[in-house]
Design a protein around this ligand. Sequence first.
Ligand SMILES: Cc1cc2nc3c(=O)[nH]c(=O)nc-3n(C[C@H](O)[C@H](O)[C@H](O)COP(=O)(O)OP(=O)(O)OC[C@H]3O[C@@H](n4cnc5c(N)ncnc54)[C@H](O)[C@@H]3O)c2cc1C
Length: 346
Amino acid sequence: MIAPAHQRTVEIIGGGLAGLGLALGLRRVGVPVVLIEAGAYPRHRVCGEFITSLDEDTIKALGLPSLLHDALPADSVTWFHGADQRLSQRLPTTALCLSRHALDDRMAQRLVELGGELRTRQRTAPEPAEGRVVASGRRRMTGSRWVGLKAHFRDLTLTDDLELHLGRNGYVGLTRIEGEKVNVCGLFERTASPPQRVSKQSVLGDQLRLSGLSALADRLERATLDPDSTCSVAGLDYGAAEPSETRLQLGDQFGLIPPFTGNGMTVALQSARIALEPLRRWSAGDASWTTTVREIHAEMRRELAPRIRRARTLHPWMLQPRRQRWLVLAARTRLLPTRLLYHLLH
Ligand SMILES: Cc1cc2nc3c(=O)[nH]c(=O)nc-3n(C[C@H](O)[C@H](O)[C@H](O)COP(=O)(O)OP(=O)(O)OC[C@H]3O[C@@H](n4cnc5c(N)ncnc54)[C@H](O)[C@@H]3O)c2cc1C
């Protein structure tokens, strides 16, 4: 791609939602973009694939309407605590459900159509450099307690648009996605006795049984697994790490938000939207790189960081059996202001 002489090229490391969203938004306003992605598309990712509170401004700025056209709306949730169905609620706002397999691939294809340069199967060290945006996802943490697992199933009927199962030291979300499939995705605290069998077919079911969610594991055994969709992730760090002053970081790089109490996909796309205008000015030579980084991080701190902090505070309540019982009871007896909490978190 040959950039107009007066425009500087933005280099983006990482083609998840933050990197792809930014690249699309920049191409829409004519900024030259190179996106470097370690993997290739399409690919499955560990993700609940449940998009909440994604605002119209972000959807428009990143040119997402046509890419989300078949995302399934979700309006209701049923909570399960162990084997018991505990509570059904309407969600305060409609969520969107679409697989990352489809969404990331569509965004990548659109980027190429818009004239962006996409380099896949290439890994670049995310060192700070002028014009470089680091959107390479979560920062790895050795010794992390968290493991994420996900798989798609067919022939699985849900009680509600979203089923949320609280187990011992873990929770699992089930949502309908395109193609009459259901995404099953969970976050579990590593236990001293990890599942013995580690075949693709059984790893999720084994983990569910270890977490006291045998009824759900039995349901999954009766459904049809898409073995290619099975994936896992470890090394998740939900501690607070300050973003660097010199390295422009978006999405999970800026701050990892726990799933279900938070909305990392929306945060990733919103961080891309926040970065658009300052990067357009830098590309046009109207702002220095230092000012650009400072401006974007300051806006992300203002708009996104409070949500990340609140989600981290609530996260332990989703995991510990005693707190889970209190949470479900309080929600049931309406002592828990679930609508207010949802708005604060999303
Ligand atoms: C178990 C689990 C469930 C979740 N469920 C939900 C949910 O239901 N709803 C929700 O909103 N969020 C959810 N999330 C969070 C959400 O998936 C993330 O917040 C979101 O994907 C972050 O997007 P990102 O672009 O920052 O990072 P990613 O999507 O992780 O993308 C980063 C990309 O960078 C690439 N990369 C990394 N290093 C390099 C390198 N050196 N060079 C080149 N490329 C590189 C990777 O290959 C990857 O494609 C969940 C997360 C987990 C773990």
